[in-house]
Design a protein around this ligand. Structure first.
Ligand code: GAF
Length: 375
């Protein structure tokens, strides 16, 4: 692309990926989540190009780019372009201040690894355009419009967690977010002498988006059944085990299991916050194992590769807990590992995983980090 010659950005944005400590699939059920941004990120280098509506976007990581006209934004056949186009479409509904720009995108965030490269892409673009064109959007508006872009242009009916974590995180903290009221609190997290180690299964099943939407529908079916007895229930957030049991016989086993997972997972978020406050790291680990069990058996969004790694971690006394993080069907497992045992654990897991699946594991430590920023 021609603009790449002599490109001098006027603004560079870092837009991070995230992990979620606990609270999986609770966001679109209006419950609690406990994510944080990580140091792996997507960077955006921006420059206004002086035109009214011509934009050029180039991905350095994948050596591919596209041109677009701000007056003719439409869904593309190329998936990654839709994250960009969707955000531009949402911004255009709020302001007409965006003009032509050139942009280079570069990522060290593995895609399809459950670390939310999608939200990083959406939010980094929104944040950067807000700065260079002085759009006056608040952080929460950028979060919400990015989420909507994913619904309308990408087709995943995601909750708000990923975008919220990418933009609003603070280093050294996880965010306790109430996905109904959007009230949130930064909760300090200090796991010393343990570290958060991610094991990337390198598997991302292409059913993930359609299965994700199916899970959401199954939760909605559950709510509709519960509402016949409890009309005040608006979402699974309002349901406890007693209420759920009262409707069990009216539900298919699948819908019951989905609802049962969400009700327990939502409670686990608050239990985790308590365990962190009391520095009860053993309990932190136990909560992760319980969550993975539900992810695998009740919500059925795990896969053999993630299950294998979580089971493998159980044989190591230096690992307090593990579970698959993110939307599911692969991606990364999150492991709480004693600092003295990280090397041995990673080598043993890498060997066992290679023997079993013939895939070379990728392992890295993550630290709770800050949200989207100018660099
Ligand atoms: C994906 C979605 F984008 C989030 O909104 C959330 O539902 C997550 O899966 C599961 O917790 O990352």
């Amino acid at each position: 692309m021609q603009f790449l010659e002599n490109f001098k950005p006027e603004l560079v944005i870092s837009s991070p990926g995230r992990i979620n400590l606990i609270g999986e699939h609770t966001d679109y059920n209006m419950g609690y989540v406990l994510p944080t941004a990580i140091e792996k990120n997507i960077t955006f280098s921006f420059k206004k190009n002086g035109s009214k509506n011509q934009c050029n976007v180039y991905s350095k990581t994948y050596d591919t780019g596209f041109e677009l006209n701000l007056d003719k934004i439409a869904v593309s056949k190329v998936e990654w372009e839709n994250y960009i186009l969707g955000v531009l479409n949402e911004i255009s509904k709020r302001t007409d201040k965006v003009r032509g720009f050139d942009c280079i995108v570069e990522s060290n965030l593995p895609t399809g690894s459950g670390l939310s490269s999608s939200a990083a892409l959406e939010c980094g673009l929104a944040f950067g355009l807000n700065e260079i064109f002085e759009l006056g959007l608040s952080k929460i508006e950028m979060v919400q419009l990015s989420q909507t872009a994913e619904h309308t242009y990408v087709g995943t009916q995601c909750g708000i967690m990923d975008q919220f974590a990418s933009v609003m995180s603070e280093a050294g903290n996880v965010i306790l977010l109430d996905c109904r009221s959007l009230e949130y609190k930064h909760i300090p997290i200090d796991l010393h002498p343990y570290k958060i180690i991610l094991l990337n299964t390198k598997v991302s099943h292409n059913l993930a988006s359609s299965e994700y939407n199916t899970r959401k529908e199954e939760c909605e079916q559950g709510v509709a059944i519960i509402q016949k007895k409890y009309p005040n229930v608006k979402s699974l957030r309002d349901v406890n085990e007693e209420i759920l049991l009262a409707s069990k016989k009216d539900m298919s086993p699948i819908v019951y299991n989905r609802c049962s997972f969400i009700v327990k997972e939502n409670d686990r978020v608050l239990e985790m916050v308590e365990a962190l406050k009391q520095n009860n790291l053993k309990e932190v680990g136990q909560i992760l194992y319980k969550a993975h069990d539900g992810i695998s058996k009740e919500y059925e969004v795990s896969c053999p590769e993630s299950d294998f790694l979580v089971d493998f971690s159980k044989d190591n006394a230096q690992v307090l807990g593990a579970r698959q993080t993110g939307g599911g069907f692969g991606g990364c497992t999150l492991n709480i590992v004693h600092e003295s045992a990280v090397g041995d654990f990673v080598s043993a897991a890498t060997k066992a995983y290679k023997d079993k699946f013939d895939i070379t594991l990728e392992a890295f430590e993550v630290r709770p980090s800050g949200g989207t920023s100018i660099i």
